[in-house]
Design a protein around this ligand. Structure first.
Ligand code: HXC
Length: 514
């Protein structure tokens, strides 16, 4: 029978309508009842209105086994395409839990691979909205191969375009490894899980009884494992925050940064900073206050906020330009560097360096954390990650020492010696091998019984070393600045560094201590 033009268009519309229904209204209702948006609704919230262009809407799986012959649903459980976030091109895939539980077939994988390849080729971020039961059980090895195809593209895209994963439902087995290979992973509290094997398998193998939430919920992954960089209360909040994050990132590794017109005065002073450091140098203060007072409009997109709280990492804008911030947090463990904080900050520094995002380092660090737990856990190797990351980073690096910069940690925290471009200190800075008490106890061990002598020795050490001027005399800090002027001085430093060119020796890549 010959089709008329009208018939053909009607058929197309019907097919599209069918595809948009995914696994059908009952399963969509179930998704909503679980407090989750559907895969399509998520895309609509994530992207600028009307900007989404879908590809591969009609792709179906090719499995014949286990009753799958003829049991196809257009799109095969993942919606893929591109759109815009604040006008900027972004690639996206969104797994549809209503279609075979969002499980990954060979066809489903090939759709994700296509999007990743397009993102690499066209230089745009890619965002994965994950909601999947893992490998499509009916497909066997085809599904495993599909996962590996996705993993390969994740590795190839790494360092070329920003990759962001949002976990918005269960993610089991293979479904967790693609997110783990991306730059940032976020979860939704109460409705998302990530585990290699679920509670039932855990019970069989290790006899541990654990709920899905305890094993791989948002709290677990943001506070214990650090697999996730952040968690949000619901789908809407998560997607809005991802839009905010994308605003700080370049589209690809050779693109300029998304600069915004800034109406927050770059020369704004903050007199409160002059008294931020307590009189007693062992008293904590909140480094977050400094970060937000420096940032345009106080806006700080913090990453891994609930993990290794002794160091802060995240993005701010300074006079409209995105900058990555790494800051010791004296409120937690006195801000000292340990395994977790070193790993956390090292990965962040490397992300910034890979995508040409300048790094601001705020230093108040009494040293590395001592103890058997740290030594047995490999603090030497993990601390070296941060040292390595800072040393090889060629992006503009501005450092401000607010108080302590002791020992090896002084070297690590973007010191002049690691090619810090502009290194400032507040007058309250203490740059030394260690604190006065520890130093005196080692240097004058024989006098330890004489409290008066020790007090005099300590005072002498403090006068000589507990200040920024010895470092300044050597040019290890470029200037000692008045705290309230910090925003202006830092912005000015970064602006002068706009044309920075620095290259490491030619190599395939460095061997960071993993
Ligand atoms: C095919 C699947 C599926 C899968 C779920 N479904 N997972 N279909 N393959 N892996 C289907 C279900 O049959 C069901 O279909 C629908 O999705 C919803 O699933 P429910 O179980 O009803 O939902 P819920 O109770 O919310 O539980 C979700 C779940 C659970 C926790 C994800 O379905 C589950 O445990 N699935 C299996 C997880 C798993 O073991 N995956 C393989 C991991 S191994 P209907 O038609 O009823 O709607 C792996 C290896 C890869 O991934 C390694 C690569 C490195």
């Amino acid at each position: 029978m010959k089709h008329t033009g009208q018939d053909i268009i009607k058929e197309l519309q019907d097919r599209r309508e069918q595809a948009r229904l995914g696994g059908g209204t009952t399963r969509i209702d179930r998704q909503h009842a679980a407090g989750k948006l559907t895969a399509r609704e998520r895309i609509d919230v994530l992207l600028d209105p009307g900007s989404f262009e879908e590809i591969d809407m009609f792709v179906v799986h090719r499995t014949r086994d286990f009753g799958m012959d003829g049991n196809t649903i257009a799109g095969d459980g993942v919606i893929t395409g591109s759109g815009r976030i604040n006008g900027r091109l972004t690639y996206v895939f969104s797994q549809d839990f209503t279609v075979f539980g969002g499980s990954l077939s060979a066809a489903h994988a090939s759709k994700i691979v296509k999007v990743l390849k397009l993102a690499i080729q066209n230089g745009a971020p890619v965002i994965g909205l994950n909601d999947s039961g893992g490998a499509r059980i009916q497909e066997g090895v085809d599904s495993l191969g599909g996962y590996a195809d996705v993993f390969l593209q994740n590795a190839l895209a790494s360092g070329v375009v920003p990759q962001i994963s949002v976990i918005m439902g269960p993610c089991a087995g293979g479904a967790v490894y693609s997110p783990a290979m991306t730059d940032f992973t976020f979860m939704v509290r109460g409705s998302s899980y990530m585990f290699v094997t679920g509670p039932d398998v855990v019970k069989t193998v290790t006899s541990e009884e654990v709920t899905a939430e305890q094993l791989g919920g948002a709290e677990t992954h943001t506070t214990i494992s650090s697999v996730a960089d952040g968690a949000f209360d619901n789908d809407l909040e998560a997607l809005a925050e991802i839009r905010r994050l994308v605003g700080f990132l370049p589209s690809h590794n050779a693109a300029g940064l998304p600069h915004l017109a800034c109406d927050d005065n770059p020369a704004r002073t903050t007199p409160a900073l002059d008294s931020l450091i307590p009189e007693n140098t062992n008293m904590p203060y909140d480094m977050r206050e400094l970060v937000t007072s420096l940032a345009d409009h106080g806006d700080f997109f913090e990453l891994q906020e609930d993990f290794a709280k002794n160091i802060l990492t995240g993005f701010v804008r300074l006079n409209g330009s995105p900058v990555g911030v790494v800051a010791n947090q004296p409120m937690v463990l006195a801000g000292c560097l340990d395994i977790d904080s070193s790993r956390k900050a090292a990965r962040f520094v490397r992300f910034c360096d890979a995508f040409n995002i300048s790094i601001l380092t705020l230093v108040d660090v009494p040293g590395f954390m001592p103890g058997t737990a740290q030594e047995y856990g490999g603090i030497i190797k993990h601390g070296a990650k941060l040292l390595f990351a800072y040393a090889e980073a060629t992006v503009p690096k501005v450092t401000l020492i607010t108080r302590k910069a002791y020992g090896g940690a002084y070297d690590v925290m973007s010191s002049k010696h690691l090619r810090g471009d502009a290194n400032y200190a507040w007058p309250t800075a203490e740059i030394a091998v260690m604190g006065a008490k520890g130093a005196v106890e080692i240097l004058y061990r024989s006098e330890l019984g004489d409290a008066e002598k020790i007090a005099a020795r300590t005072a002498d050490y403090e006068t000589r070393f507990a200040n920024p001027f010895i470092a300044a005399e050597r040019g290890f800090v470029d200037d000692v600045i008045i705290p309230q002027n910090s925003r202006f001085r830092i912005i000015q430093a970064f602006e002068k560094l706009r044309g920075k060119r620095q290259q490491n020796p030619a190599k395939k890549f460095g061997n960071i201590p993993l």
